[in-house]
Design a binder for this molecule. Structure first.
Ligand code: ATP
Length: 330
């Protein structure tokens, strides 16, 4: 199966550029109107199966405009897969999912998406500003379309505006391959924002950034959420850099899920129940969370059986759990 986002990614090519799928008359006609009170995202008992295995199930989540949500869990828990399901790239195996008032995939032109990080080759000559511009008009051929007059001026203005919003004006005219990891990440966030999305999916945007850059990018994302009213769903490995900005978390593990406020979910009882083995959440004097006893992620994935009531149990035992892994929450 190939989704429009995947197709446009192929066209946008080796630069690892992110481009949303085109808006079509059919997709617009089938969209339900969303009012200010409607959740931008609603999941009820959602589940997904990949290669015969239930990655997660029982995901309940309501996200309103301008909320900041983190998706947490060990390697292989299905965090990126959740984003793909919300984009309509993979079908859900159960439950109900509503994205911006419609089925996943119907309103992708109103969603900004930053996939898991790919690095830019240092020799890549395309400028940061061109990468941002691709988010606006690069969805057909992977190259900016020619535009004239007022449309062209409006496009330039929007690109400049969003570059300023993410604080990238100083280096947006440099080749992207010459920008640092943090600078590239800001430009990619600008690209995902350029169409004024109502919903932003960010897959590990803090990966491989140093602590000051993690803080700066987190503050930027939080500002986008709360000031621009863009709802953000962000996959993260470590909740600590974002903890104080979050409205909700979804914690995926062992084929199950827990969701709610960070205070309700990242607790010893909730994670112990989710993992099915004793897990302790400790808070350090500087407010960081450390999860003690979180089992290792399964090293080998095998096909699972079809009974949804036994999948979670089977997965847990087949993964060869080893208690004692201590790590920052997430
Ligand atoms: N199309 C697919 N076919 C088979 N297995 C898949 C497919 N897509 C994902 N998987 C498997 O599903 C599991 C979850 O993958 P996913 O990338 O969602 O995990 P993740 O929680 O984001 O992991 P990480 O933290 O390592 O990025 C992995 O074991 C992966 O190998």
């Amino acid at each position: 199966m190939q989704h429009p986002i995947a197709q446009t990614h192929e066209v946008a090519g080796q630069a690892g550029l992110t481009v949303p799928p085109p808006r079509t008359a059919a997709s617009e006609a089938s969209e339900a109107p969303v009012t200010a009170d409607d959740p931008v995202l609603a999941l009820c008992g959602a589940a997904v199966r990949v290669a015969g295995r239930t990655l997660w199930s029982g995901v309940d989540l309501h996200v309103g405009a301008g909320e900041f949500v983190a998706v947490l869990g060990p390697n292989g828990a299905g965090k990126s897969t959740l984003i793909k399901v919300l984009l309509g790239m993979l079908p859900a195996a159960g439950g109900e999912i509503c994205v911006l008032g419609g089925r996943p995939g119907q309103a992708n032109h109103r969603i900004g998406y930053l996939p898991q990080r790919r690095s830019f080759d240092a020799s890549l000559r395309i400028r940061g500003i061109d990468v941002v511009r691709l988010g606006l008009d690069g969805d057909r051929w992977g190259l900016p379309l020619p535009s004239f007059g007022a449309r062209r001026r409006a496009a330039h203005q929007r690109v400049d505006e969003v570059i300023e919003l993410v604080g990238a004006s100083a280096y947006a005219h440099r080749p992207i391959g010459h920008c640092s990891g943090g600078e590239q990440q800001r430009l990619l966030i600008a690209q995902a924002l350029v169409r004024r999305p109502q919903l932003l999916f960010l897959d590990e945007p803090l990966d491989s950034l140093d602590l000051p850059n993690q803080s700066a990018i987190t503050a930027l994302i939080s500002r986008i959420c709360h000031e621009e009213k863009v709802a953000v769903v962000m996959v993260a490995h470590d909740v600590n850099p974002i903890l104080h900005h979050l409205d909700q978390v979804v914690y995926l593990a062992e084929g199950g899920a827990a969701s709610g406020t960070p205070e309700a979910v990242i607790t010893s009882p909730t994670l112990t129940e989710l993992y099915g083995t004793p897990v302790e959440v400790l808070r350090t004097s500087d407010g960081r969370l450390v999860v003690v006893g979180q089992p290792e992620a399964p090293a080998v994935h095998t096909d699972r059986h079809t009974n949804p009531h036994t999948d979670r149990h089977t997965d847990r035992h087949a993964s060869g759990l080893r208690a004692g892994g201590d790590r920052a929450a997430g």
